[in-house]
Design a protein around this ligand. Structure first.
Ligand SMILES: Nc1ncnc2c1ncn2[C@@H]1O[C@H](COP(=O)(O)OP(=O)(O)OP(=O)(O)O)[C@@H](O)[C@H]1O
Ligand SMILES: [Mg+2]
Length: 243
């Protein structure tokens, strides 16, 4: 069954009051894909992501993760299988780096402290965080280090899916490039399925093996980076890729 999509949107609509954010979105993501999502501010990117991990429910249609309707599965089990990394926020300010990353493994491993210790050590290595930072608090870290902790924490439950909402927005260009290279390597090595939101077209084209462009409540183009460049589907996409 590994050929089945790991994430599927079936004619999904989502409104906030009179504001129709998504209309009739259908989409399939295969296991192991790296999908980037780009579109104007307020076009519904974060809404799309929150429909995947059940933080929001569709008004019409359905979202399936691993073949199961998100609205009917146990939300705790669902979110354990889905890492969520968001820009800037998300770290527990009163916990040091070690405890931030250990948070989910501790829940999963219960009394097995050695297993948790190994998990934290492993994920700090994967995101290339210096072990000397383990006892630092988030306020004592650089922006790039905080992002690495956020990614390690999102990965620490070994989820099948990693959702990232503009995770590298708040860091300088050099750090952003390093983090982009890390996430590409992590994707290659861990085989995790990634859905990554960005408002930076360069980042979308560099990271995604597939890029979704959102506009006017839906997906206006869905294809590999080369296709967006050579055959932009709308004037909006053409402008985005600078053609
Ligand atoms: N809880 C809410 N209640 C009412 N409106 C909302 C709510 N959350 C989002 N919206 C509106 O829905 C639209 C889509 O929001 P969403 O956060 O998905 O956009 P986005 O594409 O992620 O934008 P950005 O690039 O600025 O992060 C926006 O117009 C926003 O104001
Ligand atoms: Mg957003």
């Amino acid at each position: 069954m590994s050929g089945d999509p790991i994430i599927r949107f079936d004619h999904v609509g989502k409104s906030y009051g009179v504001n129709d954010v998504l209309t009739d979105v259908s989409l399939s993501i295969a296991r192991g894909e790296f999908v980037t999502v780009i579109g104007s501010s307020g076009c519904g990117k974060t809404t799309l992501l929150k429909l995947i991990n059940g933080l929001l429910s569709p008004d019409t249609g359905a979202v399936y993760v691993e073949g199961r309707d998100v609205s009917t599965v146990d939300q705790i089990v669902l979110r354990r299988n889905i890492g969520y990394a968001i820009q800037g926020v998300g770290l527990f300010p009163h916990m040091d780096v070690w405890h931030n990353i250990a948070y989910v493994p501790t829940l999963l491993n219960k009394q097995n402290k050695e297993k948790t210790r190994r998990a934290v050590k492993k994920w700090m290595e994967v995101v290339r965080l210096d072990p000397a930072l383990a006892r630092r608090y988030p306020a004592e870290l650089s922006g790039g280090q905080k992002q690495r902790v956020g990614i390690a924490r999102a990965l620490a439950a070994s989820p099948d899916i990693l959702l990232m909402d503009e995770p590298f927005g708040a860091v300088d260009d050099i750090t952003r490039k390093a983090l982009q290279d890390e996430i590409l390597r992590i994707h290659r090595e861990q085989g995790v399925t990634i859905v990554f939101i960005t408002h930076d077209i360069g980042e979308a084209l560099k990271l995604g093996s597939r890029v979704l462009v959102m506009d006017h409540g839906g997906i206006v183009q869905d294809g590999p980076p080369d296709e967006l460049r050579s055959r932009p589907a709308t004037a909006f996409v053409r402008e985005l890729v600078g053609g």
